[in-house]
Design a protein around this ligand. Structure first.
Ligand code: DLL
Length: 457
């Protein structure tokens, strides 16, 4: 982790200052809160937690029943650690109560509804009151300012609008900061590049995989990213491996941050990467109480160790959730950050506890495969993992795409490359793996979240 600047083409004075490690000159959206002392922060968290637990108990029968069964009432919360007395909430709670069963207010008080797509089962539906919308846009304004975005920026949206929280969430927060919004939405990639040039777009909001695609299409069109007005990329919605971010920064000549959130607790805005920590994200601790637990036992892991992130939003009105199990794996540190913010930082989320593949008894995380591929110069960041049953046994195939400059007609050379990648993967995963090389551009690009794994078992 670097805390002393970075080496990327910076197209503004504020980014140049950050690159030089002069974080003190960068604006902070809500300095009093974001730089509060730990004591101030914890006092605020405790009073909000007590109010939130009481509010939830009184208004949501689902929680009242579970808290009664666990023998804990609102008066039982006397310290921040007492949050552990409360029952966990899982995705299933939102599914079972679809659509409005966990809402604490009537729909007349709800200003907006969002939902996560839910590839399996019912979608997760969440709502926001006026006050929730205010908190949400404040959280976003904070994180975009962490990336060096200023009110004078023109921000082009490449997340989908609609039920996904990414589009509207970032839109409202950027507007609240004072930016000009260009609501292009996902898709129509060539038009995105035209708009960047014609409208003087300085900030692009996208999933990292879609940003990579926009970068490639621009290059194919002969667009000169170095001369483009674009200077910042705001990413999120899916894991952003460090290698992918670095490659986008290098090829698009922009500075990018990776920002985390999930529909169930708010959407984007839970945590954002600052320019000082670069690969960690400040959690909006005045709005979210975090815990890191062992995914199997649910017990807290020692501070700074890897585990599953559990979040309790502290001031949600429309749909409060207590101790939400995110399944996202990370570690959290309270060490001070060079940017001046005091809120704890979580490591980038690279894996989920539920995306682990078991291949012939061996545990394999897709992020391990991603890391190996990112060290191989000849392949692009695009890949697919296919798991199937062959002759009654698990079979793992990794499809990886060759960079145009490494592509050759020589079968021998390609086969040697393929075997070399196979060997590297085997030595890390400790399980047999078949590698298939795909020609440049051969792996399908997505406009939203990339889907890397196909488990056909
Ligand atoms: O993806 C919210 C969001 C939108 C965050 C735009 C940031 C920007 P969901 O669709 O409910 O919400 O998906 C949430 O996506 O539990 C993580 O597994 C994953 N995820 C989201 N952001 C990141 C990230 C939005 N920056 C799920 N890094 C979460 C890694 C992420 N994973």
């Amino acid at each position: 982790m670097s805390t002393d600047g970075f080496d990327i083409m910076c197209k503004s004075a504020s980014l140049e200052a950050a690159a030089a490690g002069r974080f003190d000159v960068l604006p902070i959206y809500d300095r009093d809160t974001e730089c509060a002392s730990r004591e101030e922060l914890e006092a605020l968290q405790l009073s909000k937690l007590q109010d939130q637990v009481r509010y939830t108990y009184e208004r949501v029968p689902y929680y009242r029943e579970r808290m009664d069964a666990a023998g804990v009432g609102p008066d039982g919360i006397r310290t921040l650690e007492d949050v552990r007395l409360l029952p966990f909430t899982d995705k299933s709670a939102l599914r079972e109560t679809y659509p409005y069963g966990l809402f604490a207010v009537g729909l007349d008080e709800v200003r907006e509804i969002h939902a996560s797509s839910g590839t399996t089962g019912k979608p997760i539906v969440v709502g926001y009151t006026e006050a929730d919308m205010d908190v949400w846009s404040d959280c976003i304004a904070r994180l975009v300012q962490m990336a060096g975005v200023v009110p004078a920026d023109n921000a082009q949206m490449a997340f989908g609008y609609g039920m996904f929280t990414g589009g509207f969430g970032l839109h409202y927060g950027l507007q609240k900061l004072g930016c000009t919004m260009i609501p292009a939405g996902a898709g129509n990639t060539e038009r995105h590049i035209q708009m960047i040039e014609d409208y003087g777009t300085t900030v692009l909001i996208a999933t990292p995989s879609y940003a990579m695609h926009i970068c490639e299409v621009g290059e194919e069109m002969g667009y000169d990213w170095a001369a483009s007005p674009l200077r910042v990329g705001l990413f999120g919605g899916e894991p952003c491996p460090p290698g992918l971010k670095a490659e986008i920064e290098r090829r698009m000549h922009i500075v990018c941050t990776d920002n985390y959130g999930l529909t169930e607790v708010m959407g984007p805005g839970v945590s954002g990467e600052c320019l000082a920590s670069r690969d960690q994200q400040h959690i909006a601790e005045d709005h979210f109480l975090w815990e890191v637990v062992d995914p199997e036992t649910g017990e807290p892991v020692p501070e700074g160790e890897m585990g599953e992130l559990v979040l309790t939003p502290l001031d949600k009105q429309a749909i409060p959730v207590l101790r939400y199990r995110t399944h996202d794996l990370t570690r959290v540190t309270r060490e001070t950050c060079a940017c001046g913010r005091t809120h704890a930082r979580m490591d980038k989320v690279r894996s989920r506890s539920d995306d682990m593949l078991i291949i012939r008894g061996t545990n394999v995380f897709p992020s391990q495969i991603e890391d190996v591929l990112s060290q191989i110069d000849e392949v692009t960041p695009h890949y697919r993992i296919i798991v199937e049953t062959v002759d009654g046994m698990d079979a793992l195939t990794v499809q990886t795409e060759i960079r145009p400059e490494s592509f050759t007609d020589s079968f021998e050379e390609l086969d040697a490359m393929r075997r070399r990648i196979e060997e590297k993967l085997k030595s890390v995963l400790l399980v047999g793996v078949r590698v298939t090389l795909v020609e440049p551009g051969g792996i399908q690009r997505t406009q939203g979240k990339a889907k890397h794994v196909e488990d056909r078992r």
